[in-house]
Design a protein around this ligand. Structure first.
Ligand code: DAH
Length: 339
């Protein structure tokens, strides 16, 4: 029996040593030490031994068991260690490699200019309002004194969704929405995207930005309009800029005007930015038409007000002397990096 035990030990250890996977180790353990394992069978047969032999064989059997267990443990640890080393090797990070450069975005010149404009009007007590870009025909035209047959509709080549819905052609509908929702006094600006079915060229884009303004209170006069817009223009372009108002026509204001400012680059001398004129056109404005007030449930006998609107893109182009509107929408980092 002793020889048998020795033989088991020898083959078991050899087998274990040759193993390179954990699963095979478990097979071996079951084969020798499991319930039906070779060593277990021998221990079961010990009853047949004499009382002198039994403790000697028992001791030897236990030694063989421990030897097999220890070897399994040792090889199992070796395998674990080897796996760990391989994992570390495959996951190695070469910290001497140059990193990937992160490109950090920039604020767009339209956004920068709009922030400046908002700051100026907020400091004068205006609020900032918003409205939908897909707008009802009523708000975009009708309520602003532009009925279906009005020629002003033709000037604003419009994207119609259906008879009653348009992509707004101007931010002026936000005037109407604000007057419907708030009681005077009202002092607000409304910046936003507007849409016109224009072919793209250096000065036209089917999407552009406008900023609308509205002031309604008791006793508001054209002097308030001039004072407010002159102050805005000075804060925007510089203290020595002068403004002038030319009569104009808008359906929703009466009287209406366009405001020009002396060119902030050449101080009115004439240069590339003002195309030699000395003046640049800044915005449209006027006293809110009594019919528009009535459309919004405001009594024109009690309240009066002024409104204005301008193209933000054009103001950005003037401010930074950009001669092509397409640059503002092409997302070319070589251009945008300059701001
Ligand atoms: N909505 C006008 C346009 O798109 C701009 C404008 C002019 C707005 C005069 C006004 C205003 O509120 O009073 O041409």
């Amino acid at each position: 029996m002793k020889e048998k035990l020795e033989a088991i030990k020898e083959t078991a250890l050899k087998e274990i040593e040759a193993v390179s996977e954990k699963a095979s180790l478990e097979d071996i353990r079951v084969r020798y030490l499991g319930k039906k394992g070779e060593l277990t069978q021998i221990l079961r047969g010990m009853g047949a031994l004499s009382s002198e032999e039994r403790p000697i064989v028992g001791k030897l059997a236990n030694e063989v068991r421990s030897a097999i267990e220890e070897e399994i443990e040792k090889i199992s640890n070796d395998i674990k260690e080897k796996e760990k080393k391989e994992r570390l090797k495959s996951e190695v990070i070469d910290i001497s490699m140059p990193g990937k450069k992160q490109t950090i975005g920039k604020r767009h010149p339209i956004d920068l200019t709009l922030e400046h404009i908002k700051d100026i009007f907020l400091s004068m007590g205006f609020s900032v309002e918003e409205g939908p870009e897909v707008e009802k025909d009523y708000y975009n035209f009708e309520a602003l004194n532009i009925p279906k047959d009005h020629p002003a509709r033709g000037e604003q080549d419009t994207f119609y969704i259906n008879d009653n819905l348009v992509l707004r052609t101007q931010t002026s509908p936000i005037q109407i929405r604000t007057m419907e929702n708030q009681k005077p006094p009202i002092k607000m600006i409304a910046p936003g995207k507007v849409y016109r079915s224009d072919a793209v060229d250096a000065t036209h884009s089917p999407i552009f930005y406008q900023v609308e303004g509205l002031v309604i209170d008791k006793g508001i006069t054209f002097a308030d309009l001039k004072g407010t817009l002159d102050l805005f223009t000075k804060k925007m372009f510089g203290d020595n800029v002068k403004t002038k108002f030319r009569p104009h026509h808008f359906p929703f204001t009466e009287p209406s005007a366009e405001m020009d400012a002396t060119c902030f680059v050449c101080n009115g001398e004439g240069c590339r930015v003002c195309k030699g004129e000395g003046w640049i056109e800044i915005l449209g404005c006027g006293m809110v038409h009594p019919d528009v007030l009535r459309n919004c449930g405001i009594d024109p006998e009690v309240y009066s007000g002024f409104a204005f609107g301008f193209g933000l893109d054009r103001m950005v182009m003037q401010k930074y002397a950009i001669d092509d509107i397409r640059l503002l929408y092409e997302s070319d980092m070589r251009f945008l990096d300059q701001f």
